[in-house]
Design a protein around this ligand. Sequence first.
Ligand code: MN
Length: 276
Amino acid sequence: MPESTSASAAASGPSSPSVLAALVAGLRGGGIEVVDLTAPLSAATPVLELPPEFGQTKVFELEEISRYDDRGPAWYWNNIRTGEHTGTHFDAPNHWITGKDLADVASVPAGQLVAPAAVLDVTDEAAKDPDFLIEVEHVQAWQNRYGVLPDGGWLLVRTGWDSRSYAQEPFLNADENGPHTPGLSAACARWVAEETPVIGLGVETVGTDAGRAHTFDPVFPCHSYLMGSGKYGLTQLQNLAELPPTGAVVIAGPLPIVTGSGAPARVLALVERAGR
Ligand code: MN
């Protein structure tokens, strides 16, 4: 009987990188699934809307350069137009005034872009109340059940909001008083930023803050406290339902825009599956 892929990887020479060989074997049918946490990027991708007195981010646009035609007979390519904070994206510390002297998106150490994830699921609460706020007690209850938040990892908040990401209106869920989307209370944002060892907060909504966060003290507390603490944000994530509460590894790949405040990112998660 031939050796299995994982057995031959494990049996390779002593100078081989055995941990990475085991990872590759896991990815090739050995129990590791790659889950894509990224929203497709198109002109239909929802974007944040601010009150009209403020500057606005662009929706994503493709501008065709050539498509096997007289502009380029054998090739197809596009220019793109996008905001740094369009679609699934990474918030760097310098995005907020509290972190203005801290890292830009190109300065985030690559080693921090691969990190473990804790997944807090408040889908039921958010389904009942779109303005549901996670308090410190909710995260502490999670820790009592699953252990402490991962040092250098992400706190990912699952709200079920990814099911609304097909269009701007249901995703922003705004009325005359502004958007209604779930998130963290100001006290919880401060606690996550200042009292926990995570490197950042990941959410399914258009930004890391709750829809009502413009009324909080401070306004937009996730941005204010996390960026001010040199921490990061990941937004518009999808498929968090595919992740276990602990044990997933997130690979977040923002474009290294020099001096940039953030960037669209491909975000993947490695998840162990028994019997896969
Ligand atoms: Mn952002």
